[in-house]
Design a protein around this ligand. Sequence first.
Ligand code: DP6
Length: 364
Amino acid sequence: MTNQSISQKTGLPKASGRICWQSPANIALVKYWGKYPLQIPMNPSLSFVLKESVVKICMDYLIDPGSPFQLVSFLLNGQVNAVFKSRIQKYLESLVPFFPFLQHAQLHIDSESSFPHSAGIASSAAAFSALALCICSIEETIGREAADGDEFLRKASFISRLGSGSACRSLYDGMVLWGKTDLQAGSSDDFAIRLGESKVHRSFLNIKDSVLIVNSDRKKVSSSAGHALMHHHPYREQRKEQASANLKKLLNALEKGDMSLFGKVIENEALSLHSLMMSSNPGYILMHPNTIRLLEKIRDFRTETGIQAYFTLDAGPNIHLLYSEADATHVIPFIKDELAGLCQNGRWIDDGMGPGPQKPEAGG
Ligand code: DP6
């Protein structure tokens, strides 16, 4: 619903309405680790979005040329959240150069997260991409010529990145690449792109991701602090080379449908990410004892059964177990019988590759 009129005094549109977007979290296969100012990544990364782990944001807006910007309210799952409100306020203020209408916007934001309460899964990529989509939709609604679909998503990806780097990869379904690389035409440090269908073998479509919740406490060291430690890291240059080499192998595996190479690369990326944390100065450990136990069990299961299930890790203790949909009948009983017991309160989430952001009706 939108109401719009032109202010006689300034010629700017006065408009009000409500926009909603739902956007997913993503899991990186080649990790973004280390960044320059304005979330320019030190290396290219590649990920896919999840189906169940999503954030829905509804934004009520009033654009009044006579009033300054104000984030009037921010609710997370129906509750006031002062910490998030202040982070989002700063983020929206930083977007004024790209969206001048924000200078005169009064916003009420309702955010709902599907992430199980304190599951220890980062929701910032889902939240910032949903916010970015709402802002781009408002811009389109209040009169700028409608962008074509590609341009709209590129801009949303660009401004998502300014909120949280990995958020720029949450805008697309399929496999998504962020970061300039000679390996892919059209790639950019500024926004993510979706790999074309011919570049991803059908065996990777609908890939499953079972998230094993080892610990849901707040992380001792944030990703932002971890990225910062890469500036003076003794292996910084080697990491950039390694990420590019792993990306090359992964692109090859995705195109050929080579699950075994896929698995080698993603496990190497996960273990390298945590090794980089341990060898930072100061070093730190985000894995828990049960993370290691689970990783060993996953490798043993693979050796014993030949079933191709591989792990990756975010910057935390929880494990993403990836396998093809066809193997779910073997992997799910293995999770229930052997892995769930090592998860916090037996918790794991049955997730997988999702369809990307959705625009629900603005009523709810
Ligand atoms: C380990 O995107 O959360 O998940 O840009 O500071 O918001 P900021 O960092 P963030 O870092 C994600 C790091 C990672 C790897 C990845 O998703 O590529």
